[in-house]
Write a protein that binds this ligand. Structure first.
Ligand code: MG
Length: 368
C-alpha cells in the first residue's frame, strides 16, 4: 500500500509516520510540508526513498516546490492513500487534489469538510475516493455506525472542555495564551488547543459530523467528558447508548483510517478503569458551540466564515492582540455581514474565506 502524508511535519503528520513505521504493508512514498524544510529532510533520512514537496518555499534539496508541489508529488508517486494532516482552510484545496489521485483519504483536516460542505463530498465521490475520518470523535462515530442495524436517533461527540473548563467564567477575559495552551488530554497544535478551550473546535466538529454522517444539527449532541476516554456515543431507539472508549492517542484513529476494515495490534494495552464523567456543555462558557448550531442551519457561507474568522482571531489572541473572549466576538461580528447561502465551487468558497479574513483583520486592528 503506497501512502503519502500531507502536512508531514505537523502533529498528525508526525504521528502518521510513527504508525506507518510500524505497518509492514505500508510504504511511505511522499511527504509534504508548507515551509519546514529541515524537518522534511529529516524525514527523508528516516525514509530514504520518500519524495518531498514544499508548497510555501523553494529549495534545491526538495523534489517539488511551489504552488503545484503537492499535485506534482501525487502525480509522481500515485499513492493508494493520502493522509491529509494539513491544518486550516488550505487543507480543502489539497484534499480535493489528493482525491483525484488516491482511493482513500485519511482526513484529519476538518476545515475541508466544514468549508467544502456538500461540494467537497460530491467532488471526492466523483473522483471515486473514500473518506476515512481521522478526527478522533468522528473516527469513533464511524466505528459505532459501522454495522449498526437499527435506527440511530442521535450521535454525541465528547469534548474535554479544554484547559479552562473549571476556570471562573467572569475571569476568562484575562487568560493568557500560555494558560490556554495547557490542554488536559490531547497533544495538539496551537490553534486546535485554543479552539478546544473556546469549543470552536467542537463547533467545527458538529458541522463535520453533519456532513460526514448525514445527521441534522438537532440530532448531534455534545457532552463534556474530562477524562478523554469516551470519544463518541450513539443513541438508539430503546434508550440504549453505545460508547466508543479508547486511549486518547491520535495514532489509534490514524491507524484505523489507514487499515479499515482491519485493526492493528501495534498499541500498548489500555484499561478504561477509573472515573468516566459526562457533563453538560454550558453555552455560557462556550458560546462558540451554540453559534455552530445556529450556523449549521444558515447556509454554506456562514460555515466558511465561522472557520476563517476563527483562524484569524486565534492567531491574534496568540500574538496577544486581542483577549481570549474576543475570539468569539470577532467571529460573531464578522458573521453579521451578508454571506451567500449556497457555494457551488472552490472559487466561490475561497472568495468567502478571503473576504471573511479581511473583515476579521480590519476589526482586530480597530479593536486594539
Ligand atoms: Mg476531535
Amino acid at each position: 500500500m503506497k501512502i503519502v502524508v500531507l502536512g508531514a511535519t505537523g502533529t498528525i503528520g508526525k504521528m502518521s509516520l510513527d504508525v506507518i513505521d510500524k505497518l509492514k504493508d505500508f510504504k511511505l512514498v511522499g511527504v509534504s510540508a508548507n515551509v519546514s524544510k529541515d524537518e522534511l529532510l529529516k524525514i527523508k533520512r528516516r525514509f530514504p526513498k520518500v519524495k518531498t514537496a514544499l508548497s510555501g518555499v523553494k529549495d534545491d534539496e526538495i523534489d517539488f516546490c511551489g504552488e503545484n508541489a503537492i499535485e506534482e508529488l501525487l502525480y509522481s508517486t500515485l499513492p493508494d492513500q493520502v493522509v491529509v494532516g494539513i491544518s486550516g482552510f488550505m487543507g480543502l484545496k489539497h484534499a480535493l487534489t489528493a482525491s483525484k489521485y488516491a482511493k482513500r483519504l485519511c482526513l484529519a483536516n476538518k476545515e475541508s469538510i466544514v468549508a467544502g460542505g456538500e461540494f467537497f463530498l460530491k467532488e471526492v465521490e466523483k473522483n471515486d475516493c473514500e473518506i476515512l475520518p481521522v478526527d478522533s470523535e468522528h473516527s469513533a462515530v464511524y466505528q459505532l455506525l459501522d454495522g449498526e442495524k437499527s435506527r440511530v436517533k442521535k450521535i454525541i461527540l465528547t469534548a474535554s472542555g479544554g484547559a479552562l473548563r473549571d476556570f471562573p467564567i467572569e475571569k476568562l477575559e484575562h487568560v493568557t495564551p500560555s494558560q490556554v495552551l495547557k490542554h488536559p488530554v490531547w497533544r495538539m497544535g496551537a490553534r486546535i488547543t485554543v479552539d478546544s478551550a473556546t469549543m470552536f473546535n467542537k463547533g467545527l466538529e458538529v458541522m463535520e459530523a453533519h456532513f460526514l454522517f448525514h445527521f441534522e444539527a438537532d440530532d448531534i449532541g455534545v457532552m463534556v467528558h474530562p477524562q478523554g476516554k469516551i470519544h463518541a456515543m450513539i443513541e438508539l431507539e430503546d434508550g440504549t447508548f453505545k460508547m466508543h472508549v479508547s486511549r486518547a492517542d491520535m495514532r489509534i484513529p490514524i491507524s484505523y483510517a489507514m487499515n479499515y476494515p482491519k485493526r492493528m495490534n501495534i498499541f500498548e494495552p489500555f484499561s478504561p478503569l477509573g472515573k468516566m464523567e459526562l457533563l453538560e456543555a454550558d453555552y455560557k462558557r462556550y458560546p462558540a458551540l451554540k453559534l455552530a448550531y445556529e450556523i449549521l442551519k444558515t447556509g454554506d457561507g456562514a460555515r466558511v466564515v465561522y472557520n476563517a474568522a476563527d483562524e484569524i482571531a486565534v492567531d491574534a489572541f496568540l500574538k496577544e492582540e486581542i483577549r481570549f473572549t474576543q475570539i468569539y466576538e470577532v467571529v460573531n461580528a464578522v458573521l453579521q455581514n451578508e454571506w451567500p447561502e449556497k457555494l457551488n465551487n472552490y472559487e466561490e468558497i475561497e472568495n468567502v474565506d478571503t473576504k471573511a479574513r479581511e473583515i476579521a483583520r480590519e476589526m482586530i486592528k480597530r479593536w486594539r
